[in-house]
Design a binder for this molecule. Sequence first.
Ligand code: GDP
Length: 609
Amino acid sequence: AHQAALAARSADNLRSPICCILGHVDTGKTKLLDKIRQTNVQEGEAGGITQQIGATYFPVEAIKQKTQVVNRDGKFEFKVPGLLIIDTPGHESFSNLRSRGSSLCNIAILVVDIMHGLEPQTLESMRLLRERKTPFIVALNKIDRLYGWKKIENNGFQESLALQNKAVQNEFKNRLEQTKLAFAEQGFNSELFYQNKSMAKYVSLVPTSAHTGEGIPDMLKLIIQLTQERMVGSLMYLSEVQATVLEVKAIEGFGMTIDVILTNGILREGDRIILCGTEGVIKTNIRALLTPAPLRELRLKSQYVHNKEVKAALGVKISAPGLEGAIAGSRLLVVGPDDDEDDLEDEVEADLASLFSRVEKSGRGVSVQASTLGSLEALLDFLKDCKIPVANVGIGPVYKRDVMQCGIMLEKAPDYAVMLCFDVKVDKEAQEYADQQGVKIFTADIIYHLFDSFTKHMDELLEKKKEESKLLAVFPCVLAPVAVFNKSGPIVIGVDVVEGQLKINTPISAVRQNPVTGAKEVVDLGRVTSIERDHKQIPVCKKGQPSVAIKIEMGGNQPTYGRHLEEKDMLYSKISRASINCLKEFYRKDVTNDEWQLIIKLKPMFDIA
Ligand code: GDP
């Protein structure tokens, strides 16, 4: 009896692991979740699966039942009391994965469409899982789409595969190999789950179908197996409260509420709580702890049940005064009888400060805005890797004041008058103001798309500057005249390019000695407006190419051959400090080594230091 009591107590003290589902859009995340939740009608309610706030709870009895087909001998033992699966598939949940360094989720299911392989969001999810050291399995979903697949509803995968014809089995093998290769390219070793000898070294791939339910028993069993193997230590029930804000929502009759995942401890009505808000730390008291009313009680007035207290792990909605501006992804702390409220406030404040302090000291950089603390952190990490400087950070929708903040950059560093926004809405007035001011706003649901937008923006700016600098850029050249066709207004002459390259628009000068004083004299002739060979216009003539006829024009009074200069005078591209800088900035690639040497030779002629 004593033994039994002990066992009961320790089982009581293991909490349920928390699981996230993530992956590219349309891979079947929602459908998979629906399929697991589905109650088997013939067997009545499947052992108390409960819909929670932002999550679904599966008691171990329900999981045992759902994994029966792959555990017929009952040899697989279940040690956890249940499994909490976060409901919002996609970026919302994974960007909340981390609350201050530790992962909100103990384990993840990465869904991959077996027909499509790894897609952009799959890669992004993998990056986050790796960073956060979250163990995961891969559901290779939509196996029913393999051509000729014969289904057996809710079957174990191995048995189903054995029943397929050779062609289907071969197609499966091919796609499996392709997937393993793609994972290897990302630095992950993977293995079909029943061939995986080490869950620590290899990621398990479980083929599934959210339509037929095949492979789902395997997937559930694997998730439990992985948590039991890899994290028994971290699943001990703690009395200390650990909770993360998943979403912030206004609800009729309750005002602003927060949906919270309670990973450890107990929350009680009236508890004093502390969390991050956009206008600083929020301190308030829990007015109501709400969970959804069971389906059969929906005829009751409210869709929520009020709880005196709730115990981890679960999802719960908290109603309290002053929750406006609460930040999703924020930790939620409870002030216990022995706690100093100020200490806890500092702790929560530090979460925000650590992110907000990651801005450029120089104050020159882009502005970033993200939906949650977790996604902001992920975005900042990413931009740091890309060497994109950040000057301002924000959380939540983009409002006019955020654009104004970013607009300061229009003066300081116009290239950075850019807002990179991840998974947030842009207020209409803010967008209008941005358009008016010339602040660029880029939004995306995939972090690295923001990098692409920013890079494209920078390339466009460079193109524009190149275009604007066309008249300023002077490629160096030396011309030897061979004939004068028109002495002035405009000058038309035949020349050989003896050094460098002659381009349209190049300003041309002769550098002579004054016949009387002997002093150096620069005679500016104007700009080259046409280059012709064999009666054809060409944009450029390079050193050593056959002679060309060129036209040189000038706005005012143009010097005249025979009076201000002579036919034998060599001609030079008129360079300046500004023109050299322009070449260095925009055309470095287009100027050869010989030409840089030529520039150095020409500098003294035009008195450039
Ligand atoms: P999510 O964006 O990842 O949540 O994807 P959904 O669950 O909304 O599924 C996207 C589409 O794929 C829907 O049309 C689903 O019916 C379909 N789908 C999802 N899972 C499967 C599957 O296992 N087999 C087949 N044939 N279609 C699926």
